[in-house]
Design a binder for this molecule. Structure first.
Ligand SMILES: *[C@@H]1O[C@H](CO)[C@@H](O)[C@H](O)[C@H]1NC(C)=O
Ligand SMILES: *[C@@H]1O[C@H](CO)[C@@H](O)[C@H](O)[C@H]1NC(C)=O
Ligand SMILES: *[C@@H]1O[C@H](CO)[C@@H](O)[C@H](O)[C@H]1NC(C)=O
Ligand SMILES: *[C@@H]1O[C@H](CO)[C@@H](O)[C@H](O)[C@H]1NC(C)=O
Ligand SMILES: *[C@@H]1O[C@H](CO)[C@@H](O)[C@H](O)[C@H]1NC(C)=O
Length: 484
């Protein structure tokens, strides 16, 4: 062995050390608006296998929280917007904190670090629905955490979309909170500061590109050659930095230039728009992760090591609203079944390997529902496709997506199959007045994957509850027999 061997060992530990440091603190959003969900334990294993150390949730589902217990993963648990009003009542807030936070704080329980109060509640598209209820909910939740004696370790924060400040800014240094909510934002920032809680913002370079056709493409990435945006002495080379520093300026303008900022969501979708592609997602994340590993900050917050970032998101969600766009169901770095979509090196070293997939995933049988070529009456075809797509996800058929360009029969097959899979391949869901038929031949074509759904926990739960229903039906019959 000698010196050479020792050096090899030393190099090995040095590399391993680098890897761990680079992956340290990286978070990811775990949304669950999917018709078929991987079992929470499977997801938690996947998080651990890939070295994620933090996870941000959108609710406080007991099944999710229980699966996270003992995992060592830091958790941002959440209150959905539709519960904000309820949290305006202090007793309700105290109950929520007990049920969703303190109950999990046993040894080997859940490492709760934050409570997300609402999710982008001030989006302009919500027409002010949550303007009155968000701050009181934030106050009640933090006060309840404080009263429970955990407020020094667990902070309430409100994940906000960059539209609370971004639209009005010409340059990052001119960043101010949106005029219609300026007072409210000031009060929220004051409350966060008083409790040493961070500001949480979601930043989406993809949406900058999507919403503005003249947006310089390369400026959305971190390795681009777009003409920089000049702001005084600073040259911004990417929209993430410009966006983030606009917030730093807005915070400075209300007297809190040093408030910690968490990036609650950042990511790139892979389907549903001409710019939503795996190759672009790979490029975006590649640049982002390289920066995180190198602890590169923004011009106004150069110490990137302080920045806490949650990727958006973990798994595709086929039941999300597509009001924002068809891409909304395709933000996952993993597909619906926990398979990685593209090469991604979380250590930020630019490696070309794929993430570790979900283990032990169970699929429904290899069966598809397709257009039945023997059908003669096609008068209901359009209507049937519309119906199928209303209750399943057909966003891959749209312009710029992987199944765009199929003919009408191809569209019908795709739609029928998505419906069939959502219905757990129930035979009666593949009929459509004779237009559809079940096949065991893989119907995928070219770039267009015809899905076979997973046998999800939700399905298993339904099966279990129908057994319960069946049993109670039996007991009702026995009871009737007995009475008669
Ligand atoms: C907001 O207002 C617009 C236009 O009046 C309406 O179409 C939309 O449904 C409203 N959204 C919500 C969340 O109330
Ligand atoms: C919020 O409060 C204001 C003032 O009390 C009221 O005019 C407005 O209708 C409220 N908004 C909602 C969505 O409840
Ligand atoms: C297939 O469906 C897509 C998405 O709805 C649509 O844009 C396209 O025109 C359809 N193709 C045919 C041939 O009907
Ligand atoms: C069907 O074919 C596609 C494309 O070749 C493939 O990716 C997929 O794994 C196949 N599905 C099954 C269930 O065999
Ligand atoms: C289709 O599935 C295969 C793996 O089975 C995957 O490699 C490919 O990226 C998928 N294509 C799309 C557009 O999802």
């Amino acid at each position: 062995m000698g010196i050479r061997g020792n050096i090899m060992v030393w190099v090995f530990f040095f590399m391993a050390g680098l890897w761990w440091r680079a992956g340290e603190g990286l978070g990811v959003n775990w949304g669950t608006q999917a018709t078929h969900q991987l079992p929470p334990k499977t997801v938690v294993q996947m998080l651990r296998d890939n070295g994620f150390e933090k996870v941000k949730l959108f609710d406080a589902a007991a099944s999710t929280m229980s699966a996270l217990a003992g995992s060592g993963i830091e958790v941002m648990v959440a209150i959905p917007n539709d519960q904000l009003e309820t949290m305006n009542d202090y007793d309700s807030a105290k109950k929520w904190v007990k049920r969703s936070v303190t109950r999990y704080l046993f040894n080997g329980g859940v490492d709760v670090k934050y409570v997300a109060v609402g999710n982008e509640p001030f989006l302009s598209s919500y027409n002010g629905s949550f303007l009155n209820t968000t701050l009181p909910a934030l106050q009640n939740i933090q006060n309840a955490l404080n009263e429970a004696g955990v407020g020094d370790k667990i902070k309430a924060t409100v994940p906000l979309n960059a539209d609370v400040y971004y639209a009005s800014a010409v340059t990052p240094s001119s960043g101010r909170f949106r005029a219609d909510i300026a007072d409210l934002m000031t009060n929220i920032v004051e409350f966060l500061a008083k409790n040493s809680a961070p500001f949480t913002v979601n930043i989406y370079p993809f949406l900058s590109l999507y919403s503005d056709k003249s947006f310089p493409f390369d400026f959305a990435f971190f390795d681009g050659n777009a003409a920089p945006v000049v702001d005084g002495n600073i040259q911004y080379t990417n929209v993430f930095d410009a966006n983030f520093d606009t917030l730093v300026s807005a915070l400075a303008a209300v007297g809190h230039s040093a408030m910690p900022i968490i990036v609650g969501e950042v990511g790139w979708p892979t389907e549903g728009d001409i710019n939503a592609r795996a190759a672009y997602a790979q490029r975006f994340y590649g640049g982002l992760l390289r920066r995180i590993a190198a602890k590169v900050g923004t011009p106004l917050r150069p110490n990137g090591g302080d920045l806490e970032i949650y990727l958006f998101g973990l798994i595709d969600e086929d039941a999300k609203s597509i009001a924002p766009g068809n891409f909304e169901r395709h933000w996952g770095i993993f597909r619906y079944d926990g398979q990685p979509k593209f090469a991604m090196d979380l250590s930020g070293q630019g490696g070309q390997s794929f993430l570790v997939p979900a283990k032990g995933v169970e699929y429904l049988p290899a069966r598809w529902c397709v257009f039945n070529p023997a059908t003669e009456d096609l008068s209901k075809l359009g209507e049937s496709i519309t119906y199928a797509c209303t209750f399943s996800d057909c966003t891959a058929l749209g312009y710029g997506s992987s199944c765009n360009g199929l003919d009408e029969r191809g569209n019908a097959s795709y739609a029928f199959n998505m419906f069939f899979q959502v219905q757990n391949q129930a035979d009666e869901s593949c009929y459509f007045g004779g237009l559809a038929m079940v096949t065991t031949q893989n119907a995928s074509t070219g770039t267009c994957n015809f899905t076979v759904q997973i046998a999800s926990a939700a399905v298993q739960a339904t099966a279990a509850s129908s057994v319960v229903a069946l049993l109670s039906g039996v007991s009702v019959m026995l009871l009737l027999l007995f009475v008669l």
